[in-house]
Design a binder for this molecule. Structure first.
Ligand code: SF4
Length: 306
């Protein structure tokens, strides 16, 4: 019995991550061309994918937790961005900056800075611990707050709202309602900036459809990738037979017994080559936990159904 493999159209790298990884590869190539020995750093892993981070390490691009302790070299700013204070410190330490902040994240940073300059208290909606939110708070220069940390008695008359790019519209709506409910009596002006990037929403919508029309869904991506984990949760809420794996070697032939429609999706930090390896291995495993899956043209383009 053959199987049908459906790969989500937007599985894998989003625009911002693809751009950041390319910038890192280019930086390593330029250093090698010039026969320079200088170190290249990223603040934290460039992307949440262990295979890519290992590949970058081999190219001499090392993640560090902080710029303290470094001197000179190149700092690649990740797609999440960093607070301006960190950039200033890196420059003071003689580091060359390659800014791979995603343009959509940059737009959110600009909004925070503009609102703060205009005298608004900027309330940020998102995941408090996420580096993108940390950076956004930094651009508020003391006037930005994390919405969830505003205490019940605190009210402001001029409020700006900015969202982490990967949040859903529902969470933005909830945030706006919360501000209106708690501060409505003193609010003179509220300015809401929709800084949501559609990439995340598109992937999540596709994942839902994939789960609805599959017997088994494989979600590919780093276990430390929040957006990949979220895809697995969305799929699992519809289809129990959902597995989150980091690479093809984790596929268990037993999962595929009796399954015909296999859905594959991947987080925004999963490169195409890992998705390709997973699809190839699924074809080998086939629908009965054995070799002999239906032969299809396996270029990504012909397997995209959503
Ligand atoms: S999810 Fe959107 S905002 Fe975030 S890096 Fe990707 S393209 Fe940029």
């Amino acid at each position: 019995m053959g199987i049908e493999i459906r790969v989500a159209r937007h599985a894998g790298f989003c625009f911002g991550v693809k751009r950041a990884v390319q910038m890192a590869f280019d930086a390593a190539a330029q250093r090698d061309e010039r026969r320079e020995k200088g170190s290249i750093y990223t603040l934290g892993p460039l992307i949440h994918n262990p295979q890519v981070v290992r590949k970058l390490e081999k190219m001499g691009i090392h993640p560090v937790d902080t710029v303290e302790g470094t001197q000179g070299g190149v700092l690649i700013v990740r797609s999440h961005g960093v607070p301006p204070q960190v950039l200033e410190e890196a420059v003071a330490r003689g580091m060359e900056i390659i800014d791979a902040t995603c343009p959509f994240v940059k737009k959110a940073q600009r909004k925070v800075a503009e609102l703060a300059e205009e005298g608004f208290i900027v309330l940020i909606i998102g995941d408090r611990c996420h580096p993108e939110v940390q950076a956004l708070l930094g651009y508020g220069k003391g006037k930005a707050r994390f919405l969830e940390e505003v205490t019940p008695g605190e009210v402001f008359s001029r409020v700006g709202i900015v969202c982490q790019t990967t949040q859903s519209r529902e969470s933005l709506n909830r945030g706006v309602v919360k501000v209106l409910e708690t501060m409505g009596s003193v609010l003179e002006e509220i300015r809401v900036c929709n800084t949501i990037c559609e990439s995340t929403q598109v992937r999540q919508r596709e994942c839902k459809t994939l789960a609805e029309f599959s017997d088994l869904v494989i979600v590919v991506g780093g276990k430390n990738s929040a957006n990949t984990t979220r895809l697995a949760e969305i799929s699992r809420s519809i289809l129990g037979e959902t597995y989150h794996i980091e690479g093809a070697e984790e596929l268990d032939p037993r999962w595929f017994r009796g399954k015909k429609r296999i859905g594959v999706t991947a987080g925004a930090s999963t490169p195409d080559w890992i998705i390709g390896e997973v699809v190839e291995r699924i074809k080998l495993i086939g629908g009965n936990g054995e070799h002999g899956g239906e032969e299809r043209d396996h270029s990504r383009g012909t397997e995209l159904f959503l």
